[in-house]
Design a protein around this ligand. Structure first.
Ligand SMILES: NC(=O)c1ccc[n+]([C@@H]2O[C@H](COP(=O)([O-])OP(=O)(O)OC[C@H]3O[C@@H](n4cnc5c(N)ncnc54)[C@H](O)[C@@H]3O)[C@@H](O)[C@H]2O)c1
Length: 324
């Protein structure tokens, strides 16, 4: 059954990187209305270019901390993708804002959803809940006690909040723990994304790319459109009260990532290794996605090489436009 058809769907953070792709996946499924709340602190109208003028889309440039706006948008809504959040660095820099946006507002989303009988919420969680995981590939059953970040703590709390609301009020939800999202429209100065962009700048300028440390830190890079598809699958599936890893099941070292970027750009540059300037408490990431495969029929479709090619094209086009 297509639950999206004729439904009213709220996407908090819909002008953002992942949210904008979720909306692009939803539109062909013929929703009655897609409501977006985004304060554009990170998101942009440019991200929404393909759908902002679509008559089914109703964009509110506003803040999820605005309770009046939030309730107006949730009343009458069938489904919610709750994606508005602060970045991991922003939470660390300002935990008080982190509390208001990640914890208090998520509580308000849950309360208002229970009050207005929202049918299901898809909550954007994160692999950050694990900190440095205990097992690789990491199953959802790994515990979150190694997390050391405010952001990871907030995401875990959000998952537990929705769990308690399911138990208390029957509010259905699914939490998706994205691993390292990347692709066109991504933030170009995020914690780990900035390294790709710095290397792309080096490739463009013919300068030596730098690797801090020995390049052995690994991540599980998952293409943004695959994440968007996982979100829609989580809505459509008869699944509730579950958390799922959403990754690519490929462990890529920083050095391996640079090799792929050099390859897709036909570059013969070699990296220079420099002493690590900060300790990274999370040295490995690799998702076990067998649960999402089984219950959501989710499988990543975009290889790292293909995804990095698309990222490169987008980034070079973006800087061409801004420097023209
Ligand atoms: N990008 C990743 O690698 C990644 C990994 C794990 C989890 N996530 C989670 O996925 C979700 C989407 O992430 P993204 O990468 O698209 O980030 P993003 O920053 O591009 O999107 C978040 C959006 O929320 C908006 N926003 C922030 N605070 C707001 C507020 N108070 N009111 C209204 N809007 C607000 C921002 O303007 C932005 O458009 C987030 O919840 C994020 O924590 C992302």
């Amino acid at each position: 059954m297509n639950k999206v058809k004729d439904s009213i769907i709220l996407v908090t953070g819909g002008a953002g990187f992942i949210g904008s792709y979720v909306i692009e996946e939803l539109i062909p499924l013929k929703p009655k209305k897609i409501i977006i709340i985004d304060n554009l602190i990170r998101g942009s109208r440019a991200n929404m270019k393909s759908f902002l003028d679509n008559p089914v889309v109703e964009f509110h440039e506003g803040d999820i901390r605005d309770l009046v706006l939030l309730e107006k948008c949730i009343a009458g809504t069938d489904y919610i993708f709750h994606m508005a959040a602060l970045r991991i660095n922003a939470c660390a820099a300002n935990p008080s804002d982190g509390f208001d946006v990640m914890l208090k507002s998520t509580f308000e989303v849950a309360s208002l959803s229970a009050k207005h009988k929202v049918k299901k919420i898809i909550y954007s969680s994160s692999a950050s809940v694990y900190g440095l995981a205990q097992h690789f590939p990491t199953p959802e059953t790994d515990n979150p006690y190694n997390n050391q970040t405010f952001y990871g703590a907030a995401k875990m709390w959000g998952e537990q909040l929705f769990r308690s609301f399911k138990f208390m009020y029957g509010l259905d939800y699914v939490a998706l723990r994205y691993f390292n999202a990347y692709g066109p429209r991504m933030d170009t100065d995020g914690k780990y994304t900035e390294v790709m962009i710095k290397w792309l700048d080096c490739i463009r300028d013919g300068k030596t790319p730098l690797i801090f440390g020995d390049g052995s830190t690994t991540m599980d890079f998952v293409y943004v459109r695959d994440i968007a598809k996982a979100n829609v699958a989580a809505l459509q599936a008869e699944v509730t009260d579950e958390a799922f890893n959403i990754g690519n099941c490929e462990e890529t070292s920083l050095k391996g990532l640079l090799d792929v970027l050099l390859k897709v750009n036909h570059s013969t540059l070699s990296p220079e290794f420099r002493a690590e300037n900060s300790i990274n408490p999370v040295s490995r990431r690799l998702a076990d996605i067998s649960k999402a495969k089984k219950l959501l029929d989710f499988s990543p479709t975009v290889s790292l090489e293909k995804g990095m090619k698309e990222l490169t094209e987008w980034y070079f086009e973006k800087i061409k436009i801004t420097t023209d």
